[in-house]
Design a protein around this ligand. Structure first.
Ligand SMILES: [Ca+2]
Length: 449
């Protein structure tokens, strides 16, 4: 059996052969451009690649996705030394978010991986297929080289690229595919409706500082890339534009808004329930104080061997704690509102719900036990967000817009940022915006932003 997953004997044989062939080819063909795949493929890598292993995933359906280092097959054959592997069957798909700052026409090309266990994929944008179906079958693993996908019009709000497995080569042993990187080049810019809508509006800018945390020995690093942080920040900006706020973040590893911190105490941050909360919080506040006038966000692993999917913040701490980008999902969708929600907590907002229930009968029992008082479901005490009996089973069901408990109907605040329901158009209420503005004006830490 051949597989992408390292450590399987038949693959090890495969890799050894590739190492030998790759090395031989590099040796024989040095100075002869375009002759020998390993050499020419590495030469053709884009100048500013969007690494598959660093791009934010929006949705994955019927597949597992993981990053695989590829430097064992040659130091410079794969861009960034790694690719993103998607392992599923026919019909599985993966949707990536492209970092698009301005509307315009873009030239797009894919750099994938050829391998014995690869399926045939189609790439599409907004339902329109880009190029021809791509068959990357080969009898050994190697970079595909440049695969042009044509020119497409992209807006910042419509930047989702879909990769779907539509079949496989008769010789292929599986339906996987792997994305090394994308080459996205702006060919012609256009003012978008979004730009026009926001031009002339004045926003209060808050600079965000992202800290990727690992243990003191460098292990258990949070799984996060600047492009992924940028996707979360862009979504937060869509929501907080309503409150006149705009978060600024420079998505470069060597830029002013990105730091790596080796500190196990901060890496283990898990909230007020943790045993050494006071000490951990003090340590977090101390690390955050190094970046005054910025909103500091820790991307941390969490305690134990398995990375956490949770985040937290409040006005009580001077930082936002977040998990790795791909550690938090709502159904098939990556939780794109996770940062915006925690920023909401940082700026003084509470959840719309007071308590979480697994099933409707649980919520109904609780309601009856508390004299059918709707206020027991009110998590934030704000008059313009309705009491929210949050039942986990309704989280992903977009059609669930109300819930009746013992004859009393509750409208569910699906589109409110501080609820936990899946919704693509999250909003803030008038009183939530007032609360944020008050916190920004009077809070000892926040008023310095
Ligand atoms: Ca790569």
């Amino acid at each position: 059996m051949r597989s992408f997953i390292p450590g399987i004997p038949s693959l090890a044989d495969e890799l050894r052969r590739d190492l030998v062939l790759g090395g031989l080819c590099l040796f024989l063909c040095a100075g002869l451009p375009g002759f020998g795949l390993a050499q020419s493929a590495s030469q053709r890598l884009p100048l500013a690649p969007l690494e598959g292993e660093e791009l934010p995933i929006a949705t994955k359906h019927l597949c597992e996705v993981f990053v695989q280092r590829m430097t064992h097959l040659g130091e410079h054959h794969w861009s960034g030394g790694a690719h993103l592997v998607c392992s599923g069957g026919k019909g599985s798909f993966l949707v990536l978010r492209l970092p698009v700052a301005q509307a315009g026409s873009y030239r797009l090309a894919l750099y994938a991986t050829r391998s014995p266990d690869i399926g045939i994929i189609e790439v599409s944008h907004q339902g329109k297929r880009l190029g021809q179906p791509i068959d990357c079958y080969a009898d050994h693993a190697e970079p595909s080289g440049r695969i042009p996908l044509g020119t497409l019009f992209l807006r910042p709000s419509e930047c989702l690229l879909r990769f779907e497995v539509v079949g496989k080569n008769r010789s292929s042993s599986n339906y996987r595919f792997a994305i090394d990187c994308l080459d996205l080049v702006l060919a012609k810019e256009t003012a978008s409706a979004e730009d026009n809508k926001n031009s002339g509006k004045s926003f209060q800018e808050i600079r965000l500082h992202a800290i990727q945390v690992c243990d003191d020995n460098g292990e258990r690093s949070a799984d996060i890339s600047p492009l992924q942080v940028k996707a979360w920040v862009d979504q937060a900006n869509r929501v907080f534009a309503q409150a006149g706020l705009h978060f600024v973040f420079d998505p470069r590893r060597d830029g002013p808004d990105w730091t790596v911190l080796k500190n196990w105490l901060v890496n283990d941050l898990s909230g007020t329930d943790q045993g050494d909360w006071q000490r951990a919080k003090d340590e977090g506040n101390k690390a955050a104080a190094r970046f005054p006038k910025k909103m500091v966000v820790f991307f941390r692993h969490g305690p134990g061997a398995t990375p956490t999917g949770g985040g937290f913040s409040s006005t009580d701490c001077n930082f936002v704690a977040m998990p790795g980008f791909h550690q938090t999902w709502v159904g098939d969708d990556q939780n794109i509102n996770a940062l915006a929600r925690e920023v909401g907590h940082y700026l003084g907002l509470s959840n719309t719900f007071a308590k979480e229930f697994m099933t409707v009968p649980d919520a109904e029992r609780y309601f009856k036990e508390h004299k059918r008082d709707p206020a027991i479901f009110d998590g934030d005490g704000l008059g313009d967000t309705p009491p929210d009996p949050f039942v986990r089973a309704f989280q992903v069901d977009r059609k669930a817009i109300k819930l009746t408990l013992d004859g009393v109907t509750f409208p569910l605040p699906r589109d409110n940022l501080m609820s936990c329901y899946l919704d693509s158009n999250k909003k803030l209420s008038r009183l939530q915006i007032q609360r944020i503005q008050k916190v920004l004006g009077t809070h000892p830490h926040r008023k310095l932003l």
